[in-house]
Design a protein around this ligand. Structure first.
Ligand code: FES
Length: 107
């Protein structure tokens, strides 16, 4: 169960133990974290679960696949090299230490 740190829009940091198999988006919703809207519920069609992977993060992440990368072109906030869709980040041990920053807007 990796420990994931969320940096909220106001700078508050929240550490969440995300159960294996649960996405970073789902864990945010279950823990009432503000700023990840996830309008499509994780179906990879809304891009409102956008996060930035913090450069100090030690987690090992696979790169975004083609579908995620295409949808990242439509995020409301600036797309950056470290942009990811949190519904596609499914927790596993390699994700321990992940730090994600929630952008200032999702829509
Ligand atoms: S929740 Fe809609 S794309 Fe991630």
């Amino acid at each position: 169960m990796p420990l994931v740190t969320y940096i909220l829009r106001d700078g508050e940091r929240r550490e969440i133990d995300v159960p294996d198999g649960t996405s970073v988006m789902e864990a945010a919703i279950y823990n009432n974290l503000r700023g990840i809207d996830a309008e499509c519920g994780g179906c990879l069609s809304c891009a409102t679960c956008h996060v930035y992977i913090d450069e100090s993060s030690t987690a090992q992440l696979p790169p975004p696949d083609e579908s995620e990368s295409e949808l990242l072109d439509g995020v409301a906030a600036e797309r950056r090299p470290e942009s990811r869709l949190s519904c596609q980040l499914v927790a596993n041990a390699a994700m321990n230490g992940l730090i994600v920053q929630i952008p200032q807007r999702q829509g």
